[in-house]
Design a protein around this ligand. Structure first.
Ligand code: PRP
Length: 176
């Protein structure tokens, strides 16, 4: 699947490692929440493939919602500006929430979203991310459940895109 512009891809995390890690994350989440449903809130669009696998690795009731966030001015280095583009239409009051991300980079998106969700009075909010790129962090935010820490390289696949392509790659690759 070459394009865009014949980019070269190097596999960083193969699919069997991803699947094994997501299974572990699901089991950990199941252990950490003794009873009741968990609301898994996926951030569009990048989280959808990870979310689909993660919920199937959690052997209990989960409910799935999606929220849309748009970033402006987030060049390679700027902190950007974030706004809500699609809200969820259920009450989260008293609920346990896990926000599901494909990657935490600067932390700007999650910081904004957690602040927003806290105003809806959930019982708890945690974050599950497939990838973490801590070297780029601009906000002091940490995911409770993290699949893999990645270096400061441009990664695609498993939901992550390059100009909207490569989201369907079954492994995490670096664009070289
Ligand atoms: C990506 C990713 C996270 C966010 C992380 O989304 O899915 O939501 O950036 O970056 P941050 O920690 O620097 O805020 P993107 O804006 O690329 O949209 P997408 O999910 O639709 O690809």
């Amino acid at each position: 699947m070459p394009e865009p512009s014949e980019s070269k891809l190097r596999v960083l995390i193969p699919r069997d490692k991803i699947h094994a890690r997501i299974q572990e994350m699901g089991e950990q989440i199941h252990k950490d929440y003794p009873e009741g449903p968990i609301y898994m809130i996926g951030i569009l669009k990048g989280s959808w493939i990870f979310l689909a696998d993660l919920v199937r690795a959690i052997p209990r009731h989960v409910r799935v919602e999606f929220i849309g966030i748009s970033s402006y001015g987030r060049g390679k280095t700027s902190s950007g500006e974030v706004r809500l583009t699609k809200d969820i239409d259920v009450s989260l009051e008293g609920m346990d929430i896990i926000v599901v991300e494909d990657i935490v980079d600067t932390g700007v998106t999650l910081t904004y979203l957690i602040h927003l969700l806290e105003q809806r009075k959930p019982r708890s909010i945690k974050v599950a991310t497939l990838l973490d790129k801590p070297s780029r962090r601009l906000r002091p935010i940490q995911a409770t459940y993290c699949g893999f820490t990645v270096p400061d390289e441009f990664v695609v696949g498993y939901g992550l895109d390059f100009a909207e392509d490569y989201r369907n790659l079954p492994e995490i690759c670096v664009v070289e």
